[in-house]
Ligand binder design. Structure first.
Ligand code: SF4
Length: 219
C-alpha cells in the first residue's frame, strides 16, 4: 500500500535539497534547486532541520506547509534503498530527478483516489484501478521516470472521463490533489542552470497553514 502522506523521518530531506526557494513571505532566504538548505544539520550526517521547532517564527512557514505527498520517503526507501545524498553526494542529482518524477506520480495517485468517488462505469473504474496499481508497483529510478512520462496521457484520460460525466466542472474539482497538499504554491519546471528542477512558491491558500509531520527534529 503506497502511503500518500509525507513521512519525513524516512526521507533523506529531499525537499530541503531539491526545491528552489524564493525569499519572501514563505521563505526567509533565496535558495536554488540543488543547493542544500543552510538550515540542515551541519554535520552532514543526518537530515534534521536545525530550526525545526521554530520554522514559522524564523521565516519559513512554506516549509511547514509543504507536503511531498509521500514521494520523498518512497524515493529514499524504495528507489535508493535508504541511501542519502548527504553521505553519498553523487546521489544528489539522481535523487532530485527522481523527486521530480515521483512527486508527479504521487499527485496522480491522489487524483486517482479522488476519482473513485465519481459515478464511473465498471469498465472505467477498473481501468483507473489498473493505472493506480501500475503507479503503486515497486519502482526503480528508471521505471519511475518512464511512469512519469506517461502521466500526460493519464491526465487526458481523467479529463475525458470527467467531461463525459456531463458535469465537467464539478467532476474536475474532484480530480484535484487533496487540499492538504500545498501544490497551490508549488510548481515544477526544468532548471537550465542546474539541470534538474525548481519549485517556486506562489501565494498559499488563505487560512491557517496545515501542520507538517515532525520530521526535521534531529533525524
Ligand atoms: S525544513 Fe529546515 S532545512 Fe528544510 S528547507 Fe526548511 S528551513 Fe531548510
Amino acid at each position: 500500500m503506497i502511503d500518500l502522506t509525507a513521512d519525513c523521518g524516512r526521507c533523506a530531506a529531499l525537499c530541503c535539497l531539491a526545491l528552489h526557494l524564493d525569499a519572501g513571505s514563505r521563505f526567509a532566504i533565496d535558495k536554488p534547486a540543488g543547493a542544500p538548505c543552510p538550515n540542515l544539520d551541519r554535520t552532514g550526517q543526518t537530515h534534521g532541520c536545525t530550526i525545526h521547532g521554530d520554522l514559522t517564527a524564523r521565516g519559513f512557514p512554506g516549509c511547514v506547509a509543504y507536503d511531498c505527498a509521500g514521494a520523498g520517503q518512497r524515493i529514499t526507501q524504495e528507489l535508493y534503498a535508504g541511501k542519502s545524498w548527504r553521505t553519498e553526494p553523487a546521489l544528489a542529482a539522481p535523487m532530485m530527478e527522481s523527486f521530480r518524477h515521483m512527486r508527479a506520480i504521487h499527485e496522480m495517485l491522489q487524483m486517482l483516489d479522488a476519482a473513485e468517488a465519481l459515478p464511473l462505469g465498471a469498465a472505467d473504474r477498473a481501468a483507473l484501478r489498473e493505472h493506480r496499481d501500475h503507479l503503486a508497483r515497486p519502482m526503480t529510478p528508471e521505471t519511475a521516470a518512464a511512469a512519469a512520462g506517461d502521466l500526460p496521457e493519464l491526465r487526458a484520460l481523467l479529463r475525458g472521463l470527467a467531461g463525459a460525466l456531463g458535469s465537467a466542472a464539478r467532476a474536475a474539482a474532484h480530480l484535484q490533489p487533496a487540499p492538504r497538499i500545498s501544490t497551490s504554491w508549488e510548481k515544477t519546471a526544468r532548471s537550465p542552470e542546474h539541470g534538474h528542477y525548481s519549485a517556486r512558491h506562489r501565494t498559499p491558500p488563505a487560512g491557517e497553514l496545515p501542520g507538517r509531520p515532525d520530521r526535521r527534529s534531529g533525524r
